[in-house]
Design a protein around this ligand. Structure first.
Ligand code: ADP
Ligand code: MG
Length: 308
């Protein structure tokens, strides 16, 4: 059924702009998170892909950790009624883990589809999210090329022919890098991927939410935190990101750690003898930093919030 995107995603948009929402029951349709806020620009890119702007091409979301890559896919699938298969990729993953393998069941060898093949064969027309895809060995990634192009493949072990487009499944991958590896050392285990693999995707860059978006996320995720405090927390997060980008500190706020800071500050606000904002900041982020950086974080908080 076509529904206005303003209604489906809770954003401002003309009622004439609609999207297909399915009315099916499936245990892999993600649960809706009421505190999730759809970011307009990001959603608009994603809906272009949903509506076929890139044909059947798979989607590659690239961006720093905690910027909202996995959650936008999950929450969009939830609102559109699309079953979602999520696969967490890793360095030692090999094709059988994705496609399937023989396992022993009741003393017999039985074939079990891997999550990628199970998703492609799901009559519900699923999305398959290969998360942290850039940690895959490039050889494994290359082994997916046929499927990424929508070509039928034969599963060697079973001889089964699989047409990846038969039920309208779509593949999304997410990674901290855009397949170029990582020279900074922040994203250990990511690898430079084969150019031929990378050329198959529609690319979308997911940066951190803007201050306006992040204030909105905080006000919904932590409604007990007063808006003025929340606004200042967002300001600190922005300054921390600037310091991080300039290479001056080694830890950075993501939306997840920002929400954690707000929750902890609220929790510790009545604890005597401490500054709850600083105390909570250490527990949300600061204890991962070296001492000089931690002191710099404390100073930022003092500067933005003042001394009382
Ligand atoms: N738009 C948003 N609204 C609410 N929470 C968000 C939003 N974006 C990110 N978050 C929070 O930040 C966390 C990290 O997002 P996630 O999608 O896991 O990041 P990534 O996959 O890019 O590392 C989520 O679990 C969620 O708690
Ligand atoms: Mg993720």
């Amino acid at each position: 059924m076509q529904k206005p995107i303003s209604e489906v995603f809770g954003i401002n948009a003309p009622a004439t702009v609609t999207v297909e929402v399915r009315d099916i029951q499936h245990n892999l349709i993600p649960r809706q998170k009421p505190e999730y806020i759809f970011r307009r620009e990001l959603l608009s890119d994603l809906l272009a892909w949903v509506k076929g702007a890139a044909g059947n091409d798979p989607l590659y979301l690239t961006g720093p950790t905690g910027s909202g890559k996995s959650s936008i896919i999950e929450q969009t699938a939830s609102r559109l009624g699309i079953p979602l298969y999520v696969v967490s990729c890793h360095e030692r993953m090999e094709i059988p883990e994705l496609f399937g393998r023989f396992v022993v069941k009741n003393g017999q060898m039985e074939w079990t589809d891997g999550p990628l093949v199970a998703g492609l064969k799901d009559p519900g027309g699923a999305w398959i999210l290969l998360d942290e895809v850039d940690t895959l060995d490039p050889g494994t990634f290359t082994g997916l090329n046929g499927i990424l192009e929508g070509r039928s493949i034969i599963i060697p072990e079973t001889g089964e022919t699989l047409d990846p487009l038969i039920y309208g499944a779509r593949i999304v991958v997410a990674g901290n890098t855009a397949g170029n590896g990582d020279d900074t050392g922040i994203y250990q285990a990511t690898k430079r991927q084969n150019a031929a693999s990378m050329g198959r995707f529609m690319m979308v860059e997911v940066g951190y939410a803007t201050p306006v978006e992040e204030k909105q996320v905080l006000s919904i995720a932590c409604p007990d935190v007063p808006p003025i405090i929340g606004d200042n927390m967002v300001k600190v997060a922005g300054m921390v990101r600037d310091l991080y980008t300039a290479g001056e500190i080694e830890v950075v706020f993501c939306t997840r750690s920002l929400i954690r800071w707000a929750h902890l500050a609220q929790f510790y606000k009545a604890k005597p003898g401490i500054n709850p904002l600083v105390y909570a900041l250490d527990r949300a982020l600061g204890f991962r930093a070296e001492e000089t950086s931690r002191n710099a974080l404390h100073e930022l908080v003092q500067r933005v919030f003042g001394n009382d």
